[in-house]
Ligand binder design. Structure first.
Ligand SMILES: [Zn+2]
Ligand SMILES: [Zn+2]
Length: 428
């Protein structure tokens, strides 16, 4: 009998449960499919928000680069960027659909039981307290008796090894009689609830972040260390010397799959997250990647301050002089710190020079060979030379107009952002 067994162990019984299939968050769309849709929606929503900020020249004093630089230095048209991002989204969605095929049904209904299991573990841990106190020469039962007499019954129960004779609950036993059995204390239940609902999901999230950061650092670094990998795949992402939000996933499809899709997929599979959790994880990872390429150093953007990596940090990696540093992405920079690949040099003058050169180039009507002034990374292949499409011409006119609007603001960029062009001091 369950009741007798519980009494035997002096442990509160675990509640019964019934499993039922988890209803989808949005009726008609299974959660594992919604998990694939949300990151794509988030990518374009957040990107378009940054694009509007860009087009309407809002917050120009937080720009990392002037619009003139976007014109003069980037080696790919916005339209080509859109095409490659759409392809990457198609590949990641297809990979996700293949994974979803093997997904089992998720069930709910066991939450109370699982919380009670944690409460029992807490109770078991208390069993060790008297032995721990004995190591310090303290008599746990004596201390507990004293505390109990002074009204501290819960603390006394914990010190006595998790014995709470006064805390009981009534249950109907299998024989149909109402009987009193031990119960968990309020603090045990609160702690168990915290562990189950917040601590474990938090650890899973942290694990996912560590996997993605580690995966991306080593693969990204390898793409720069191995000439063939760089020329064949990664150089495409570096056609954006002046990143903008929707260029975040502008990659060679192979690189996009390896770095982003596979990395986050492995993070999900090894973390034990539910589909609901993975919705948050995939969507927030996507927003972070977009934010890291947004081209603005905002003081009020939480994605730029909650972790050590941000747009200003990653922007250095997109510059020809910083391309062999700052490989970490998208959350933390511990791998750069550990392997000494973090950019440590001066940045303010370099950014200033780049701004001035681009403005001269745009003012001169782009007469010179486009991008000729830009020092190209040693590994940059010749075929990566300027790609200037006709559609870009009209875009240039618009951008030149924008540049003129912000031209008088750009000198104040540095003063507003401090000596490191807006890079938080903790980052450099
Ligand atoms: Zn790179
Ligand atoms: Zn990038």
């Amino acid at each position: 009998m369950a009741t007798n067994t519980s009494m035997l162990h002096d442990l509160p019984p675990l509640p019964a449960y019934t499993l039922v299939p988890r209803p989808p968050l949005i009726a008609g769309i299974p959660d594992n499919i919604l998990t694939l849709i949300l990151p794509v929606v988030a990518y374009w929503t957040v990107s378009m928000l940054f694009h509007l900020i860009d087009v309407y020249d809002l917050f120009s004093h937080y720009r990392l680069h002037t619009p003139a630089e976007v014109l003069a230095r980037n080696r790919v048209s916005r339209w080509d960027v859109v095409k490659d991002v759409v392809l990457q989204h198609a590949i990641q969605t297809l990979a996700g659909l293949m994974m979803a095929y093997f997904d089992g049904q998720e069930y709910v209904g066991r939450e109370e039981y699982d919380v009670a299991v944690w409460a029992r573990r807490i109770r078991f841990l208390q069993r060790g307290l008297p032995y721990l106190l004995a190591l310090f020469g303290l008599d746990a039962s004596g201390v507990a008796a004293n505390l109990s007499q002074n009204g501290h019954k819960i603390l006394a129960g914990a010190l006595a090894g998790g014995h709470y004779p006064g805390i009981t609950q009534s249950i109907i036993s299998e024989t149909g009689f109402e009987t009193a059995v031990p119960a968990f204390t309020a603090w045990e239940m609160s702690l168990a609830n915290f562990i189950y609902w917040y601590f474990i999901p938090g650890l899973q999230f942290l694990w996912g972040i560590c996997v993605v950061d580690t995966w991306q650092y080593f693969l990204h670094r390898a793409m720069h260390m191995n000439r063939w990998l760089y020329v064949k795949f990664h150089s495409r992402h570096h056609r954006l010397y002046v990143p903008y939000a929707f260029g975040a996933l502008y990659n060679h499809p192979v690189e996009g799959f390896l770095l982003d899709t596979a990395g986050t997929g492995i993070a999900f599979l090894t973390s034990g997250m539910t589909h609901r959790q993975s919705m948050w994880f995939f969507t927030l990872s996507t927003i972070k990647t977009v934010d890291d390429h947004c081209g603005y150093a905002f003081p009020w953007d939480p994605f730029q301050h909650l972790t050590s990596n941000n747009a200003a940090y990653h922007d250095i990696h997109h510059q020809s002089w910083g391309i062999k540093t700052n490989f970490s992405q998208p959350f933390f920079i511990f791998w750069d710190r550990l392997f000494n690949t973090q950019w440590k040099g001066e940045v303010k003058l370099r950014y200033e020079r780049s701004r001035e050169a681009s403005e001269k180039q745009v003012d001169g009507g782009m007469q010179q060979e486009p991008y000729a002034h830009t020092s190209v990374a040693p590994t940059q292949p010749a075929r990566d030379a300027a790609i200037v499409s006709t559609e870009e011409s009209s875009e240039r006119i618009t951008r030149a107009r924008l540049r003129k609007k912000t031209a008088n603001l750009s000198p104040s960029v540095d003063s507003l952002k401090g000596v490191n062009h807006g890079v938080a001091s903790s980052v450099l």
